[in-house]
Write a protein of this length. Structure first.
Length: 181
């Protein structure tokens, strides 16, 4: 059985390169330290996901995106709103290649208290992807998710999902095009 203690321990798991399952605003996610390529690769393997498919980067504060997004977008009102929109933003030249797609990166600043706590404790952003296997339907039942990923992730963070009933909306910050509703 995967341990389920508290978010403070989860911060240490993330710092040590571990993989966690955690509640988000709408679904359970799988994540790790966005700057740890080995951990990101492990998430790709666990999910059976293509390495060419990008991840959403979530953080508690825009300052955690200093080397991820192009500095011209750091103070965009839309990005700072914390309104459950994931923004496709031009990537910073220092952004790790495993986080980018076509010189862009997907980012969301969270208002979920568990994620806020995780990112503050880690001192940076985490990747976020749904807690399911690639090309399989998502199941929003933590007991089933726990069963699916038993011995594959290092930690499950207990906590309530936010009030959203789906994944975040995805928009391009430059064009305002909606890519996922």
């Amino acid at each position: 059985m995967i341990p389920k203690l508290n978010p403070l321990y989860a911060q240490e798991v993330l710092k040590g390169g571990g993989i966690i399952i955690y509640p988000t605003e709408g679904i359970y996610g799988i994540g790790c330290d966005a700057f740890n390529q080995k951990s990101v690769d492990k998430v790709i393997t666990i999910k059976g996901r293509s390495a060419s498919k990008g991840f959403i980067i979530i953080c508690s504060d825009v300052t955690q995106l200093n080397t991820i997004i192009n500095q011209d977008y750091m103070n965009y009102r839309e990005l700072l709103a914390k309104d459950f929109i994931t923004w496709i933003v031009p990537a910073h030249k220092k952004c790790p290649s495993w986080l980018t797609m076509k010189n862009t990166v997907a980012v969301r600043i969270t208002n979920h208290p568990v994620i806020d706590n995780l990112c503050k404790g880690l001192g940076g952003p985490i990747i976020s992807t749904s807690a399911n296997y690639s090309h399989h339907s998502y199941i929003n039942d933590i007991k089933k998710i726990e069963s699916l990923f038993d011995k594959k992730v290092d930690y499950i963070v207990e906590g309530e999902l936010g009030g959203e009933v789906k994944s975040s909306t995805i928009k391009n910050i430059v064009t305002k095009e909606v890519l996922r509703k």
